[in-house]
Design a protein around this ligand. Structure first.
Ligand code: GLY
Ligand code: MN
Ligand code: MN
Length: 442
């Protein structure tokens, strides 16, 4: 079913990508776009490579996340060319013969060695915009794309085609499967490592296939925003689990966070319930015309309401935001663009010409400052954490006298809460890909 849908949606995706590339090339006065897939990076003084993932701008053309040394060449008005590296190599698995719904849309040339690409690339590099890293250079063919071209393409990448949304729904479904298994593993008393394994097994992806390193924190570890350590032994008692883990479909990501509490976690469970409501309110505001910066500030106001309602901070919600008390509990951005990269490019672009829009002064970690439009997919991931370093700072400030420190102390062992969905902005109601994926498993 999915394969058929993809086959149907792909030609329009390609047409839209070509259109954006036509405009970008015209802007910079170049004749061809050449996109490197990239090469595996070798570890320092070693013969081992880091896991390879093709550059995002390559993956946007093709569902081939694992094609090192390959290139796409696009010349407006012509069928795109895929220079496909299939080395003669008995040490590694060689990429399969090109196959599937996309093949007929490309002129495909097979090469056996990476350097053979040069003969098939355009003759004059100065007429090309070359996307890739410096080390992808072949002879005089050196990646150095004009910034105006990058800005144009990055800006447009925020608008997902139907094909891309199919991919992201699939990534969401795989992620939701992983999350279901992870919750069961938590309830069964597994360690962080055990939960990690349960997630991957159910999502059906190896660690290097995941779109980002999973964050799986039991108890106070939930307060470490990028906790990437996996304890092998379970704590004496698992009070809470914060799991931020996603999956991918042909290089498109999902990014999902859930927080769970043990049955005896009364106050903390009540906080999770309030955060769940708050998060769903914000997801409902993913609508065309919504300034994402304003939504981030709205998240702070709503969080202030939660802190007040639960007796944690006794200040008016607006004063709590103005005096940056909420930032001590919610120190990251509300979310970001998502797609070919979990933190997709172009979050600060105001226009395709490269004009930017900064995050509000007190909120430097916000990575998305654009006004939402139909076609964008964003994450909505408010949080509420008990982070020692930030609490210690708050304790030194005049606002500290409004904080119920003994209640905070009782909650510290639960770490924190984050709830994260991937939401597509449409012409009407938002499409919550994450909730839909969990519902499809029910
Ligand atoms: N998983 C990274 C993030 O939520 O942004
Ligand atoms: Mn995220
Ligand atoms: Mn996340």
């Amino acid at each position: 079913m999915l394969e058929q849908d993809l086959a149907q949606a792909y030609p329009l995706h390609l047409a839209s990508l070509r259109q954006h590339c036509d405009a970008a090339l015209e802007t910079v006065g170049r004749d061809h776009l050449a996109v490197a897939a990239g090469h595996p990076i070798t570890r320092y003084r070693d013969d081992l490579h880091y896991p390879f993932v093709a550059h995002p701008s390559f993956r946007q053309w093709l569902p081939l996340p694992d094609a090192p040394g390959s290139w796409i060449v696009y010349t407006p008005g012509h069928k795109p060319l895929l220079i496909f590296l299939q080395p003669r190599d008995y040490w590694h698995v060689v990429p399969d013969e090109p196959d599937g719904y996309w093949v007929e849309h490309f002129d495909i040339r097979i090469i056996r060695e990476a350097d053979q690409a040069r003969a098939l690339l355009p003759k004059d590099p100065s007429r090309c915009a070359i996307l890739g890293q410096a080390r992808d250079a072949i002879g005089d063919f050196i990646p150095d794309p004009p910034q105006a071209l990058i800005d144009h393409l990055d800006y447009q990448r925020a608008f997902k085609t139907d094909y891309e949304r199919l991919r992201m729904r699939e990534a969401s479904l795989l992620g939701a499967r992983g999350h279901r298994a992870a919750e069961a593993a938590f309830r069964a008393g597994e360690s962080e490592f055990g939960i990690h394994m349960a997630f991957q097994h159910a999502a059906g992806q190896t660690e290097s296939e995941l779109p980002y390193g999973s964050i799986i924190g039991l108890n106070e570890h939930g307060a470490v925003l990028h906790y990437m350590h996996f304890d092998r032994t379970p704590p004496r008692q698992g009070h809470s689990l914060l799991i931020d883990a996603g999956a991918q479909s042909a290089g498109y990501a999902s990014d999902i966070t859930r927080t769970y509490a043990a049955p005896d976690a009364g106050d903390f469970q009540a906080l999770i319930d309030s955060m769940e409501q708050l998060q769903q309110t914000l997801c409902g505001k993913v609508r065309a015309g919504q300034d994402y910066r304003a939504l981030h500030l709205e998240a702070h106001r709503l969080l202030a309401g939660v802190l007040h309602a639960h007796g944690l901070v006794d200040m008016s919600p607006q004063a709590m935001v103005d005096r940056r008390v909420t930032s001590a509990f919610f120190p990251h951005g509300l979310g970001h663009l998502i797609g070919l990269q979990v933190h997709d490019v172009g979050g600060f672009l105001r226009d395709p010409q490269g004009g930017t829009q900064a995050a509000p002064g007190d909120h430097p970690f916000l990575r998305l400052t654009r006004t939402l439009e139909a076609g964008m997919v964003v994450t909505i991931e408010p949080g509420l954490y008990f982070i020692d370093m930030l609490l210690d700072e708050l304790r030194q400030r005049p606002e500290a006298r409004h904080v119920a420190w003994e209640r905070i102390e009782a909650l510290r062992g639960f770490g924190g809460i984050r709830i994260e969905d991937d939401v597509a902005c449409t012409d009407g109601d938002p499409e919550n890909m994450t909730r839909d994926a969990f519902a499809a498993l029910a």
